[in-house]
Design a protein around this ligand. Structure first.
Ligand code: PEP
Length: 247
């Protein structure tokens, strides 16, 4: 298993100044580099500000979105190579907000995953079921289908080289978290789907993770860290979550 990973998704929040302030507070913290990988995902326009502030720290940066096209006449899009050029190491693909609000299909998510990986970025593939799907006992099928769409396009080995974040949609930004057992159950199914090649693939849990619930989640055998939204906007809270995996 690789190092645990704690990722902070800042979503569409903040100004350049607030991004600089948040990054500065994180940059002051001396993370135990061997204990965990810490990565933040600022809004695209603040990437260079955050990159410069964190240049001498062990905190990595990533992007919240990437174009599925390599370059060309795609007004408003940002390519994987551009993100790499900005210093990004990771990129989120398939976040439920992009699937649900911006209409990204499994096919588009898979193409974004491929574009990111081809350019040398590490995709964090987000998957998860809606409340209705959970109530219909469709959770495992939904998650397996979202992962299969990417496997079908790039192959199993490539998916195993990425990071997968299980994020139940009903837990994102709601304050409601999957229980450690519920999360572990889905992670077990994901691990089984990846088979032998995925034994050391990093699997994250996301969905209202905070400093009070993170410890129990991170104790689960197949939860290798967290994708943190709201709680990553407060440096103290995010640092407390990160320190749980350093312990
Ligand atoms: C997320 O943005 O991926 C997320 C899990 O958000 P929150 O922690 O706010 O639920």
């Amino acid at each position: 298993m690789g190092k645990p990973l704690i990722a902070g998704n800042w979503k569409m929040h903040g100004t350049a100044e607030s991004a600089r302030n948040l990054a500065t507070q994180l940059g002051h913290h001396r993370f135990q580099e061997d204990a965990a990988e810490i990565v933040v995902f600022p809004p695209l326009v603040h990437l260079s500000v955050v990159r410069d502030v964190l240049a001498d720290s062990s905190v990595s940066i990533g992007a919240q979105n990437v174009s599925r096209f390599p370059n060309g006449a795609y007004t408003g899009e940002v390519s994987a190579e551009m993100l790499l050029d900005q210093g990004c190491k990771y990129v989120l693909v398939g976040h439920s907000e992009r699937r649900a609000i911006l209409g990204e299909s499994d096919q588009i998510v898979a193409e974004k995953f491929r574009a990111a990986q081809n350019a040398g970025l590490i995709p964090i593939l987000c998957v998860g079921e809606s409340l209705q799907q959970r109530q219909q006992d469709a959770t495992f099928d939904v998650v397996a289908k979202q992962i299969s769409a990417v496997i079908d396009l790039v192959g199993l080995e490539k998916v195993c080289q990425s990071v997968i974040a299980y994020e139940p949609v009903w837990a994102i930004g709601t304050g409601e978290t999957a229980s450690p057992e519920q999360a572990q159950d889905v992670h077990t199914v994901i691990r089984a789907q990846l088979g032998e090649a995925g034994r050391s693939t990093t699997l994250l849990y996301g969905g209202s993770v905070n400093k009070s619930n993170a410890a129990e989640l991170f104790k689960q055998p197949d939860i290798n860290g967290g994708l943190v939204g709201g709680a990553s906007l407060e440096a103290d809270e995010f640092l407390k979550i990160a320190q749980l995996v350093e312990a």
